[in-house]
Design a protein. Structure first.
Length: 593
């Protein structure tokens, strides 16, 4: 029965996409508020001689080379995996000749403004050189330290943006989708890629289109482009056979025979493709998947295995980058228990919102055969919301917080309990005030959190977070010396608190350099990155400011973020009108260290 449902779902999706690719691309996904495979970042784009110099940023690594073309003359031997998640070489390419288009002219979408959402101002890159913006996106390592900055960056990349000068709109969409994939935002990446009409897809976007389809476990999304992709890439050769199988045509077996004859694919990669073909109508294929010889998980293997309900061995996830955490959390075909195992970390990355995380745990509470730890967590979440006393609710939240094993998962549990914490009425001094405030602010509930202002210890973490997050500027007149955190990270927290206060404009300009020296935060230091940020602020380019802010916060965690970088980021975001994001990032720095 499960196989039948999978087969019907894949057939329906492929048929709809094959009949009206452009119409399907018009549909916009539900808005979410929440690098490829391997730890290496993509190869940076060579800058044209006329492009502005790139700011000083942490150097990106070198990505593995794309899989080589395989032809009938390829010598015998094992084939490389199909295909790794790797950005195509940044060689300029003209838009391919357009096939006959079946939609009326008024329904076609312009490349002058591309994107599925209105989540950011369309002119966010007004006046910017598109080649420079693409370099920033290509060199950005993801995920980044701040959840709130990741959310802002996702909103920017998903927006219907005016294409900046000197770049093709489809190629610009490809760069945006590629960065979203490295952030773990598979669903949004696919929406951005499919914002370009099928007849205007460039070679670069075609490669990223495939990666988004695999990251979202949607092989049917390959079908609108498969026929026109040619034989230059092995993945598209196999995709044509899969699409034929999904639509139930008689061409599947001849195409499969040709793939075997030319040795385009073999082993697990071909078996998974046959599994997809077998989900089509009138298929007589029964494929058994053997993972034993597989030592590496690729985008191809993740996407096709997930789409066909084939469990992926847990040890293979150790061979992929952290962005796959987001892909797994967003994949509806993965069982709830497996998604819950990564959901807390995905929320800490910014991929899942507090509401989405609560919905997932609520579904766990109603599901059967859920692993015991997640069943207990679902029950604790219910008690956190509707417990019959303050002690019951606080006890349930404390168990949820304490049962997380990693810093990212612990912050994810704070996100999970945000609205449960907001339902508590302030009363006296609560022992867990620091985590209650951090929990509320993790979901942006800043005004609700301010009700606790009189019920937290002065100079403590909760006090500091409330001052920084106050939308009415409650930190004015406060000295960073008033903050007295405890624990092993006390000195670094003081530095971050001072940097955040300075970025929010709550340190007098005349005292800024002297105070920075006193706290060990070199706020006056200038380098390529700070100068680029200042230029973007001067011309009010919100999009460039957000990208450069993300460049400045590239780190595995807040412990690796220089306080001076936090000062620059907060100040720049405020200067271009992103005050809310600036305040939330400032408070997050205290909460997560």
């Amino acid at each position: 029965m499960a196989t039948s449902r999978t087969r019907r779902a894949l057939v329906a999706g492929a048929a709809a996409l094959a009949i009206g690719a452009a119409a399907a691309a018009q549909q916009r996904p539900e808005s979410l508020l929440p690098p490829g495979f391997g730890d290496n970042a993509p190869t940076p784009v060579p800058s044209p001689s006329t492009s502005p110099a790139a700011p000083g940023a942490p150097a990106a690594g070198t990505a593995p080379a794309p899989a080589p073309r395989v032809t009938a003359t390829t010598p015998a031997g094992p084939l490389p995996p199909l295909p790794p998640l790797v950005m195509p070489s940044p060689t300029p390419s003209a838009t391919p000749a357009a096939p006959r288009y079946e939609m009326p002219a008024f329904a076609r979408r312009s490349l002058a403004q591309v994107g599925p959402s209105d989540s950011f101002a369309a002119d966010a890159f007004a006046g910017a050189d598109g080649r420079y913006v693409e370099r920033l996106m290509r060199q950005l390592s993801a995920p980044i330290a701040s959840r709130w900055l990741s959310i802002a960056l996702r909103r920017l990349l998903a927006a219907e943006l005016v294409t900046p000068a000197h770049v093709n709109g489809a190629d610009f969409a490809a760069e945006r989708a590629w960065l979203l994939l490295r952030m773990g935002e598979s669903v949004t990446a696919r929406a951005v890629a499919q914002s370009v009409d099928a007849d205007r897809v460039t070679p670069k976007l075609r490669q990223i289109w495939m990666q988004t389809a695999l990251a979202t476990a949607d092989p049917g999304a390959l079908c609108p482009l498969a026929a026109g992709a040619g034989d230059s890439e092995r993945g598209w050769i196999v995709a044509r056979a899969m699409c034929a199988g999904l639509t139930g045509t008689a061409r599947t077996q001849p195409l499969l025979a040709e793939i075997r004859r030319r040795r385009v694919a073999s082993g697990i990669d071909l078996q998974l493709a046959q599994k997809v073909m077998g989900a089509g109508l009138n298929s007589r294929q029964a494929i058994t998947i053997e993972w034993a010889p597989v030592t590496e998980l690729t985008a191809w293997r993740f996407g096709l295995a997930t789409a066909t309900g084939v469990p992926i061995p847990a040890e293979l996830y150790a061979t992929v980058g952290s962005q796959v955490t987001g892909w797994r959390a967003l994949a509806p075909a993965i069982p709830l228990g497996e998604r819950a195992a990564v959901a807390d970390r995905a929320a800490a990355m910014g991929t899942l919102s507090s509401a989405a995380l609560v919905d997932l745990y609520a579904a766990l509470g109603d599901a059967e055969e859920v692993p015991a730890p997640f069943a207990r967590a679902a029950n604790d979440l219910r008690d956190a919301y509707v417990g019959d006393s303050l002690d019951t609710r606080l006890g349930a939240m404390t168990r949820l917080w304490d049962s997380a094993e990693t810093p990212a998962a612990r912050y994810g549990r704070l996100i999970l309990t945000a609205r449960a914490a907001a339902r508590l009425l302030p009363a006296g001094e609560v022992e867990q005030a620091d985590r209650l405030i951090a929990s509320m602010l993790s979901a942006g509930l800043d005004r609700t959190a301010q009700r606790w202002r009189a019920h937290v210890r002065a100079g403590g973490d909760a006090w500091a977070m409330l001052l920084l997050a106050d939308p009415d500027g409650g930190a004015r007149g406060v000295s960073a010396a008033d903050y007295a955190p405890g624990g092993a990270n006390a000195e670094r927290k003081k530095q971050l608190f001072f940097a955040a206060l300075a970025g929010l404009g709550d340190v007098p300009a005349a005292d800024l350099a002297e105070a920075g020296e006193r706290f060990g935060v070199p706020v006056a230091t200038a380098n390529n990155w700070t100068r680029a940020l200042d230029r973007a602020v001067a011309v009010r380019q919100q999009g460039t400011v957000v990208l450069l802010a993300a460049v400045g916060l590239q780190a595995n965690g807040w412990g690796g973020v220089p306080p001076a970088a936090l000062y620059r980021v907060v100040a720049a975001l405020r200067a271009v009108g992103l005050d809310g994001e600036a305040r939330m990032i400032a408070a997050e720095a205290i909460a997560r260290l």
